[in-house]
Design a protein around this ligand. Structure first.
Ligand code: UDP
Length: 384
């Protein structure tokens, strides 16, 4: 009998992979050290308010990838809606991402799109030709006033270091729009699974060829029993931290409950230092098809992750990337093991990218499984 595949982690990366393999007739064992499936997408009802809470922070699914969208459609009914964010600071309350409304409000103007573009251009620091860090990136593209109002303090709170020490890439994904479009994402499809992310993942894993074992820590000694191992845990932990610990930020949540609307929108960033938290989310807005009299608001406090903490954001500071480079030969040498997901790749990945990568891994495995000692592509490379 063909050996099963071992998938370490019942989060989105592992669950999509298990299902794609099962659909093609490949059996797998999915193990997770947690007591629940869905990893960091995990959501559950708050007993006091009845609201479905995204326990590890808000997750809005968005993608322009047809295959990814079709895949996730199979496991729940999706509610299409657009993610919108607000922010607050000493200058006022603004909508994000920065758009014509934000610009006009900040400068007390009634600019047309062309006038706003010209104004932002006049603010750009053109002495910076090749931005070497996040601060230079923002000074180059939006100038000092917008940088200080919306980005500097939030970034310090979020990452625990000056934007001068962070890669320009971290802020490159933030758009500035010269129209009144305040849709946070650019993608063609956006929405929420109507029974919650936990049910979505449970439905993916509900297949006779998939066995799920929760409360089950992984050990490398297990590898020999399986045809291949897909590992979605932390890369450094896999190698017993042989090349040092990779830096992560974790998030602590403070819950506030009440009646009616507490915040008035799903997502509010606090972009100055007057409060220690970065943002707050009112979770009933993530289920707009439901009616709730009560509400729950989660404040996010970002801090450095220790070994026992949930790793949210890979920091990818220069020292981390050096360690990552040192782990790469170890990964390459690890026969029959692939590293998947945000932790396995040590890379910030939105959900749709995780789904896409897992579908591709399944394709690669299915194309090569007849080969002995199959070597699937390793996920993390220095270029990532
Ligand atoms: N950011 C900021 N101010 C904001 C929103 C974002 O300075 O109001 C910066 C911050 O450095 C953050 C990055 O932009 O880490 C990416 O923001 P995004 O909202 O994409 O972060 P995520 O939702 O992934 O935490």
């Amino acid at each position: 009998m063909q050996k099963r595949v071992l998938i370490v982690g019942a989060g989105l990366a592992g669950s999509v992979l298990a299902r794609a393999l099962a659909d093609a007739g490949v059996a797998s064992l999915v193990i997770d050290r947690r007591e629940h499936v869905a990893g960091m997408c995990y959501s559950s009802r708050d007993p006091e308010t009845g609201v479905d809470v995204h326990r590890f922070g808000p997750h809005t699914f968005h993608t322009s990838n047809e295959r990814v969208w079709q895949f996730v459609q199979r496991f729940d009914t999706w509610y299409s809606c657009v993610a919108r964010a607000m922010c607050t600071n000493a200058r006022g309350v603004f909508c994000l991402p920065i758009n014509l409304h934000t610009i006009n409000q900040l400068f007390g103007k009634r600019f047309t799109p062309a006038e706003a573009r010209a104004h932002i251009e006049s603010l750009q620091d053109k002495s910076i030709t090749t931005p070497a860090n996040a601060e230079e990136q923002l000074l180059r593209f939006v100038g000092r006033e917008i940088y200080e109002t919306f980005f500097r303090d939030y970034t310090i709170k979020q990452w625990g270091v000056s934007p001068r020490e962070l890669s320009a890439d971290i802020v490159k994904r933030i758009p500035v729009r010269f129209n009144y479009d305040n849709n946070y994402f650019f993608d063609k499809y956006q929405g929420y699974p109507m029974h919650g992310y936990t049910a979505l993942v449970q439905s993916m894993l509900n297949h006779p060829l998939i066995e799920v074992k929760l409360n089950s820590p992984y050990e490398r000694a297990m590898n020999t029993e399986f045809a291949h191992v897909f590992y979605s845990g932390p890369l450094d932990a896999y190698f017993d931290y042989a090349e040092g610990e990779l830096g992560y930020r974790t998030v602590d949540f403070r819950y506030e409950r009440g009646v009616g609307d507490l915040q008035g929108c799903s997502w509010l960033n606090y972009t100055d230092m007057s409060v220690p938290f970065t943002r707050a989310h009112e979770h009933k807005y993530f289920s707009p098809w439901e009616q709730h009299d009560k509400s729950v608001l989660l404040y996010e406090y970002s801090r450095e992750a220790g070994r026992g903490d949930d790793a949210f954001y890979p920091k990818r500071m220069p020292a981390d990337l050096q360690k990552l480079a040192a782990y790469l030969p170890l990964m390459e040498a690890e026969q029959g093991v692939s590293f998947i997901g945000r932790l396995g790749c040590y890379r910030y990945l939105d959900m749709h990218l995780v789904v896409d990568a897992s579908l591709r891994y399944a394709d690669a495995w299915l194309a090569h499984r007849a080969d002995a000692g199959v070597l699937l592509p390793k996920c993390a490379t220095p270029a990532l």
